[in-house]
Design a protein. Structure first.
Lengths: 398, 212
């Protein structure tokens, strides 16, 4: 039988040296931002029951989840998303806590991507969830945290704002079937103007129909709000637009300038989002590196309704961008190699401890002779060798 | 800023796109006499054209290594989509159809049918939407052979004039959908380089109107 003992499954990979340095740096940098704003860390299990991610609710297709069964034959999955488990955790274990609850996480998610597309099945994400908080203050806090966190790792990005409720408010007005509504949504999502027009041409022209026709084109800077205003004449969609505009104005005070974009055509299906949604893009990365939004109905799925908002940052994507741009230095050799002569092995280890306490990076020599230790130090680029015998001898290599 | 990179489907769509570019006034001489190079400048250094097979155009655009792509709707339907499809370019017109031997009622009887096709996903989606359970066999070359040899009851394939079908005693049973060339855009590229991409799409749209 063929043995697969020297390869990793498609969609996974080993991380070596610099890759680990960068990833840990990103994790720590983002963690510090979240922590200093009062968010506390949680870790949820890598394995969860399938029911936590019910596709009808999570928008995560069942074909995407890695599935197994537990000892009693119940369906379990490898965590495909972190927000659902955190909602579960908050709804079941944090009911007594005063609101709002601020949580953050750094953990991988697993998704079974189509074969041979080069996508990762294991992706590390870090993000925050602000639970039990509604309104402008909460939305601003989360978005500002997102922008601040991202800015610590990649200075140049585009931040995009949208509203998941806008399409729903418009699409519920004309008397059309759910299937047709889904076709319209899908055409808007892919900015497929040709197919969108073909569908809408078949409907009676009305305010909402014209609005939906225009929705995918309504993206850009602040001018979008003025363009959208005539289409959002009813109270519901008009209110959403006004709210988004207010949010935009508050955020542009932070000097984001042309980094901010508005896209009223953000109508993803993968959606527990109910209200504002946002994402961030970086050049040389084909996918969004940050995704987030408000999900006021999600906690209700776990029988503990409360409003909530959060986002996730793709740590792997950020790490790759930083590596490609050479933003971080490479792995450095040890400062000192400590070599103990025969009979001084323990002394050498103790001596290394004293150097380490002073802040030096020390490697222990496992060689029998000083010559071999020196040779090793040269190949590794270690510039100083301390030999421990009756006395301590320091040899500096150039 | 780097030039926008556009992946073109090699062959007829490439030629039609280049003709469209020239109509707009872009210098395409590098593509006209390309030799074996696969990345070529167009319109001075405003764009870079990448020549690729249809399926690869989608892959390059999805991964964001190309900002835009010109590819047939047939490939988009078969491969799925994680990108924006902003423009129907109007050329490369044909359609997907279900075809089978003349004078035989494909939908009659209760035995499950076998379909030969180069586009298994298109065929599967079509029959799923009809609520029909069929066996699908993937064929790489001339699909018309499969029903003639008795491998399948019918085929799902691209039909342009229908003359190949006719010559082999086949006919269209049902049209599935129309196909033409599309301009597709990577999602992140559209967000980051909105103005450039939108103005290019507009220029192409305007030039295309003239040809129709």
């Amino acid at each position: 039988m063929k043995k697969y003992n020297k390869v990793t499954p498609e969609g996974t990979k080993d991380l070596l040296f610099e890759e680990c340095l960068v990833r840990r740096y990103v994790e720590k940098t983002l963690r510090d931002v979240f922590f200093s704003r009062g968010f506390n860390e949680v870790v949820t299990p890598g394995l969860e029951f399938y029911d936590v991610f019910d596709p009808n609710f999570s928008g995560i297709g069942q074909e995407v989840m890695y599935k197994m069964s537990d000892r009693r034959g119940r369906l379990t999955v490898m965590r495909p998303d972190s927000t659902m488990p955190i909602a579960r955790l908050a709804a079941t274990r944090l009911q007594g806590l005063p609101k709002p609850i601020r949580l953050f996480y750094t953990q991988p998610i697993y998704r079974n991507n189509p074969a041979l597309t080069g996508r990762s099945d294991e992706t590390v994400q870090t993000g925050i969830e602000l639970l039990g908080a509604d309104g402008m203050r909460a939305d601003l806090e989360v978005i500002v945290t997102a922008i601040e966190a991202l800015g610590k790792c990649v200075p140049d990005f585009r931040f995009e704002l949208g509203h998941a409720g806008l399409f729903r408010a418009l699409a519920e007005q004309p008397p059309i079937s759910d299937d047709l509504r889904e076709d319209i949504r899908s055409a808007i999502e892919s900015k497929n103007y040709a197919s969108l027009n073909r569908i809408l041409d078949g409907l009676e022209e009305s305010g909402p129909v014209t609005a939906m026709r225009t929705l995918p084109r309504l993206f850009g800077g602040e001018e979008v709000f003025a363009h959208a205003e005539p289409f959002c004449s009813d109270e519901k969609s008009g209110g959403m637009l006004e709210y988004l505009h207010e949010l935009y104005r508050s955020l542009s005070c932070r000097g984001l300038g042309d980094k901010m974009i508005v896209d009223l055509g953000l109508v993803q299906r993968n959606d527990y989002y109910t209200n504002i949604v946002f994402s961030a893009y970086v050049e040389d990365c084909g996918d969004a590196v940050l995704l987030g939004g408000r999900y006021d109905n999600l906690l209700g799925y776990f029988d503990f309704p409360m409003p909530a908002i959060g986002f996730a940052i793709n740590v792997d994507a950020i790490s790759k961008i930083m590596l490609d741009h050479g933003t971080l230095y490479s792995v450095m050799p040890a400062d000192v190699l400590v070599h103990g002569e025969t009979g001084f092995e323990m002394e050498a280890l103790n001596y290394a401890s004293t150097l380490i306490e002073k802040g030096l990076k020390c490697e222990n020599s496992i060689f029998e002779t000083k010559e071999k230790a020196l040779e090793y130090a040269k190949t590794r680029g270690i510039r100083r060798v301390d030999c421990i015998g009756d006395r301590i001898e320091t040899i500096n290599l150039t | 800023m780097k030039p926008l990179r556009i992946a073109l489907t090699k062959g007829r769509l490439e030629n039609d796109t280049v003709a469209l570019f020239e109509k707009i006034g872009f210098d395409c001489s590098a593509v006209r006499k390309k030799g074996r190079k696969l990345i070529l400048p167009v319109g001075g250094n405003r764009f870079e054209v990448v020549l690729a097979k249809a399926a690869d155009v989608i892959t390059y655009v999805e991964h964001g290594v190309c900002d835009l792509g010109v590819v047939g709707k047939d490939t988009i339907l078969e491969q799925g989509s994680g990108f924006y499809e902003v423009l129907d370019l109007g050329f490369g017109r044909c359609k997907f159809a279900l075809a089978g031997p003349k004078d035989r009622d494909f939908f009659s009887g209760y035995s499950s049918k076998t379909i030969a096709t180069k586009y298994p996903n298109v065929a599967r989606n079509y029959f799923e939407s009809k609520g029909m359970d069929v066996r699908i066999i993937k064929i790489e070359g001339s699909v018309e052979l499969a029903p003639l040899l008795g491998l399948s009851d019918a085929i799902v394939d691209i039909v342009e004039t229908g003359s190949t079908l006719k010559e082999n005693g086949l006919e269209v049973i049902e049209s599935i959908c129309d196909i033409s060339a599309r301009l597709i855009v990577n999602a992140a590229s559209l967000k980051i380089r909105k103005t450039e991409i939108e103005s290019l799409a507009e220029e192409m749209d305007r030039a295309k109107e003239g040809t129709a």
